[in-house]
Design a protein around this ligand. Structure first.
Ligand code: HEM
Length: 346
């Protein structure tokens, strides 16, 4: 049976909370992680039952170092690594830490708040929340810069093709690479541009969201550089956020992809430029403050851990019929889930 993916293919909710957590040093984190896995499954089932129309979903991603610390299966998902910064001559895509990432979506902000509170209750004893962004749907799906964000996303069946791992990494089928960046915009500078100049930054028209023809679209526009080909796409779920008192207006960039190399290609084009030096003009008005890669295992994987089973299937008990209680321990007290072997067992 194919593993059930987490809700990475859902369309935007009207409200979102993004949370990044870092595990505390010298703390046993395995029991809390096991509880978090069970909680994610619970929250999604509950959201589906309580709000079948608007949806309320929770997606959890795990960082490279956390994967090792938790003793999750080895070999790792093929492209899971600590994000290496992309350094251009003018702008840099920085790399920042993160052990767990939560993407909470809902029709209203109450359900997002409740999901965040439930997750915090489980994780706070063993981890610190190092980033929390509350995103909202801005008018008809616009970024805070005023341009509709998400139009060229894959639609329909294409979403699973570009968003989920398939047979190329069979062990992690149904999983996804998750890359996030928190951008802060220089809104005053952007809004000071005449609309025609703003449109050249994106390569699209502002009010009707129509793409400029190729012979007019500038080579350093966002859509010219971020488009790396029809067979290389990702699922973007960006949300705007804004805080007047701290003057922090931004975009939480979030992409789910079947291959991280596709995201890297886009980042190289944007930050280094194509050809090098022809970098994305959007970056003159947007600074990446964070940048972290996570892996989103399938829901089946999380469900197994939450139920005390090996994440990739099988039983925690000895298949040979040996009922020795020692064989059933999946979460021993030595800081490891003892599930690192793909061959299952201890
Ligand atoms: C400052 C943060 C960003 C903002 C405000 C932003 C906004 C937008 C907007 C308004 C569009 C045009 C409409 C659409 O198709 O969605 C767009 C397109 C796109 N963006 Fe971004 N974006 C940001 C960062 C990124 C990053 C970091 C990547 C990739 C790593 C990316 C990848 C893409 C792609 C692939 C497209 C579609 C291009 C096409 O096929 O025409 N964006 N973005």
């Amino acid at each position: 049976m194919n593993p059930e993916p987490q809700n990475v293919l859902d369309y935007h909710g009207n409200n979102t909370i993004f949370m990044v957590w870092e595990f505390k040093q010298d703390t046993d984190v395995t029991t809390a992680f096991q509880k978090a896995c069970a909680l994610v499954i619970n929250l999604n089932h509950s959201g589906n039952t309580r709000f079948p129309d608007s949806g309320a979903t929770c997606v959890m991603g795990v960082g490279h170092d956390a994967w090792h610390r938790l003793g999750l299966p080895s070999p790792l998902p093929k492209e899971l690594e600590n994000f290496v910064p992309v350094v251009g001559a003018t702008h840099t895509a920085v790399s920042t830490r993160g052990d767990l990432h939560f993407h909470l979506r809902g029709g209203g902000s109450s359900i997002c708040y409740d999901m965040a509170a439930a997750i915090t209750a489980v994780l706070a004893p063993v981890a610190t929340s190092i980033e929390e962004v509350h995103g909202f749907r801005y008018w008809d799906g616009r970024s805070i810069l005023g341009f509709v964000d998400g139009t060229e996303n894959p639609q329909g069946d294409e979403r699973a093709h570009f968003g989920l791992i398939g047979d190329e990494d069979p062990v992690y089928k149904g999983g996804s690479y998750l890359f996030v960046q928190k951008y802060i915009h220089d809104l005053s500078a952007f809004n000071a541009l005449p609309v025609e100049e703003q449109e050249k930054v994106f390569g699209r028209h502002k009010w009707n969201d129509v793409e400029m023809p190729d012979d007019i679209k500038p080579a350093n526009s966002h859509s010219a550089l971020a488009n790396v080909g029809d067979d290389l796409k990702v699922i973007r779920d960006n949300m705007p956020f804004g805080n007047m008192s701290s003057n922090e207006m931004g975009t939480y960039f979030i992409a789910y992809a079947s291959t991280f190399s596709t995201v890297k290609k886009m980042l190289n084009n944007m930050f280094i430029g194509s050809p090098p030096g022809n970098y994305d003009r959007l970056l003159d008005f947007s600074t990446a403050k964070t940048g972290t890669l996570f892996f989103v295992p399938s829901a089946t994987f999380l469900d197994n851990i939450g139920s005390g089973l090996p994440p990739l299937g099988g039983s925690s008990a000895d298949d040979t019929g040996n009922d020795n209680d020692d064989d059933k321990a999946v979460v021993p007290n030595d800081g490891s889930l003892h599930i690192g072997s793909l061959k299952k067992g201890k």
